[in-house]
Design a protein around this ligand. Sequence first.
Ligand code: SF4
Ligand code: SF4
Length: 527
Amino acid sequence: MSNPDGQKSGGDRDWSVVVEDGIAKSNEPVSSAVAEPAATTRRHEPHEPPRQPLPEKLYKPREPVHNKRVRGPFRTFKWLVMLVTLGIYYVTPWIRWDRGPYAPDQAVLVDMANRRFYMFGIEIWPHEFYFVAGLLIMAGIGLFLVTSAVGRAWCGYACPQTVWTDLFQHVDRLIDGDRNARIRLDRAPWTWGKVFRRGFKWTIYALIGLVTGGAWILYFADAPTLFRDFFAGEAAPVAYITVAVLTLTTVTLGGFMREQVCIYMCPWPRIQTAMLDEKSLIVTYKDWRGEPRGSVKKAKKEPEKFGDCIDCTQCVQVCPTGIDIREGPQVGCITCALCIDACDKVMADIGRPRGLIDYATLEDCEREANGAEPRSPWRTLLRPRTIAYFLIWGSIGLAMLFALGVRSHTDLTVSPDRNPPFMLMSDGSVRNSFTLKLRNMESRPRDMEISIEGLPGAVMWSDTINRRDAAATQVVTVPADQTRAVRAYVMVPEGTETRDFTFRITSQDEQGETDAVKTRFSAPGDS
Ligand code: SF4
Ligand code: SF4
């Protein structure tokens, strides 16, 4: 028996109690061992808490899951999702995107050195990180939307752990054979043949891990150049370290830990379980139809006594996480629906209707059990909760698209010098210094005019413009796709008091984009 978390219940175990040196040692859970102390125990002082017996093992060793090959519509769909997701992951870094001579021509690139994120026609600068935050929020709400509509479809089909585990399981099948051959080989003693097979399989695992880690680093530099440098031994050390770490984690998580990641490590199943309700689609065994179980032969003899489940365990044998869906919804079920394919085939073979295990809502299961027709899938998908998630998700997407469409490619930041805040010149005039950062987000150099507003009589010059050429406005050239820092010196006539004023930049091209920043001019008498 399993509890709702998919763990074996204590009733199945042999909880032996051993008495050594007067201390009860047991592999039983602490609470129950305490409830029934051993016959011979050490005498305790009145205030001394009783000594707790230690379990011999903290948890059960992993039992490998050798899932059987299955065919059916859900398996085909899983193949398709695997092809698409792996295809996107491996191919994307190689897609080129012409952005002109001043920007990289890789379609998707996280350019850490220049602190830019390129995604096809979109270029995100560090000060626009809110777009990335918006994308992450959309991904989160998208997961809520998918979960409330079609249960744990993300876990079953598109989660990287699922996709890579599936890939590794196919490698197992190709090299060691299907379920029975794999079980036999697993139990067989270590011969040279087994060593060779295992070595070969683990080498394939390592190659898959290497390609996984290798593809990841290609998102962070020009893919063809990095690819060449990597194999020539000329890439940066961080590239080799990243690939090594990702190879190791891919092999460990996808090759050896597999369902344990889903059952024990990943927090998402717990969150999703809390998000599901009786109207969410989940993979369900219809016990009202299947129980009591009995073989075809028995059922033929006494059809009224047995349900549709013939206890063939095909659904358990194909399960990639090794659970028995007939024991009810469990955290270990990733909703991949392979058990549906297996059971539907069994039902077809014995001439009973399909759907003993099926995607269904708990509400529909109850209706069906009471003889009512299940409701239309549209009523499951289109309900207030899913519509609300979709509206939130869509609104954030539209807001981001709008912000992208109207954003300026010109930006200015201003930092006044604080020490000293002003300089008193020999003729009585007052000078303040500022650091301006002019950002040109176009992929071509642009001239930008810097002007001063709200400071009568002010003139300015900079580290590249001589004081002799001081004027109310100055024009500087900002290179393509760059931020240029300018030291600006602003001088006002004697008698000017401390006051706020504005720096404005205007691009000297047909776009005439502008940005303005208000700052403060400090003068003697400033408190
Ligand atoms: S595959 Fe279907 S018939 Fe066979 S054990 Fe599972 S639920 Fe029962
Ligand atoms: S019980 Fe069925 S749906 Fe759940 S993980 Fe196993 S095969 Fe997939």
